[in-house]
Design a protein around this ligand. Structure first.
Ligand code: ATP
Ligand code: MG
Ligand code: FE
Length: 355
């Protein structure tokens, strides 16, 4: 089975081809065209610019993915495209293009929830079995999800304010570091003193399993304002102290759900925590989660860096998983993009509802 994946939910125009033969799945191509340069001057993604850039780039990106895979369209079995959540303009461009390709080629269309792509990617590279616990940390989401199977997701925790990636992006912006903020903050933090500033660890020690990051961001702003003008050392120390606060908070919060997962699945010997989403690229966060898992008797599964941020291989993979689970959508061609689409509503019976 060969699947063409298309991803346009934010500021990456992406297409990929994956091939499944027997137990083996191979990524034949994974083309990601980042719009970073288009948005950098604005310090964040501008929806109108993003939609236009997707229109201009998508045809070429799809062609490049097919070329790199060495395949013609009629050698593809199905087309999976992100149908939400995300910026509506980009979703329309990607899903409509996918529908057009599906209609012209007579292939199946599989609308995919972008978060389901992040959630299932670990199974593409690490062959991990259900159930597992997922920590999804991205630009728009911070959640812990109990993943029981394809299309079977229960949200156990979420952020009550900012997403973690958003906290990195806002911190970078107020320190004058380049967009996107996550990699900039991580880089600056490498030379900084994590003990110089005592930033808060929001919700640390609380019984509820949720996350909060806006207080941390506010504390960073207060410190940055009082120190201004900032030297390079100040910036490095703020980033290091911020990242330290993030890893400690994250470890405390995730520990709650590891315990719950243990109780839910007492017979699993070495349960897995999967970390996914753009923020999962952060090495300090990976190291903290690794230590946490080691202590709790879990194994940490983190996708390779190129599959952490947005890409279309993960969408093709989620499409393949849905097809193999018999969850294809009868009226896929009529499926409307969903700017908001919680992962726990990507389950089988609900798929296709709300058109
Ligand atoms: P969502 O998946 O929630 O719809 P998104 O698709 O925009 O949002 P991703 O592309 O998965 O999010 O992740 C982008 C986010 O990851 C940005 O906020 C970015 O700053 C953050 N990020 C990327 N690399 C790193 C890093 N090394 N450290 C911390 N954050 C990072
Ligand atoms: Mg992005
Ligand atoms: Fe994403």
């Amino acid at each position: 089975t060969r699947i063409l994946g298309i991803e346009t939910s934010c500021d990456e125009t992406a297409a990929a081809v994956i091939e499944r033969s027997g137990e083996k799945t191979e990524i034949l191509s994974n083309v990601v065209l980042s719009q970073i340069a288009d948005h950098a001057a604005f310090g964040g993604v501008v929806p109108e610019i993003a939609a236009r850039a997707h229109v201009e780039a998508l045809d070429g990106v799809v062609k490049a993915a097919l070329d790199e895979a060495g395949l013609a369209l009629d050698e593809i079995d199905a087309i999976a495209a992100t149908a939400g959540p995300g910026l509506i303009g980009g979703l329309i461009v990607g899903l409509t293009t996918a529908k057009a390709i599906a209609a012209a080629s007579g292939k199946a269309l599989v609308p995919v929830n972008h978060l389901e792509g992040h959630a299932l990617t670990a199974r593409l590279t690490d062959r991990i079995d259900f159930p597992y616990l997922l920590l999804l940390v991205s630009g728009g989401h911070t959640q812990i999800v109990h993943v029981e199977g394809v299309g079977r997701y229960q949200r156990w925790a979420s952020t009550i304010d900012d997403a973690l990636g958003e906290a990195f992006d806002k911190t970078a912006k107020l320190l004058g570091l380049p967009y996107p903020g996550g990699p900039s903050v991580e880089k600056a933090a490498a030379d900084g003193d994590p003990k110089r500033f005592a930033f808060p660890r929001p919700l640390k020690g609380e019984a509820r399993p949720d996350f909060s990051f806006s207080g941390l961001k506010t504390a960073v702003r207060r410190e940055a304002t009082s120190l201004a003008p900032l030297s390079d050392t100040d910036i490095a120390d703020i980033c290091a102290s911020f990242q330290k606060a993030v890893t400690e908070t994250l470890s405390d919060r995730v520990a709650r759900s590891l315990a719950r997962f243990r109780q839910t699945h007492p017979v699993l010997e070495t349960p897995a925590l999967v970390v996914a989403g753009g923020v999962a690229a952060n090495q300090a966060i990976r190291a903290a989660l690794d230590a946490l898992c080691e202590n709790a008797g879990f194994r940490l599964i983190a996708p390779p860096l190129r599959l952490c941020g947005d890409n279309a291989a993960m969408i093709a993979w989620a499409g393949l998983e849905r097809l193999e689970a018999g969850l294809e959508e009868d009226e896929a061609m009529g499926f409307a993009p969903r700017p908001r689409w919680p992962l726990d509503q990507a389950s089988a019976p609900l798929f296709g509802a709300g058109k």
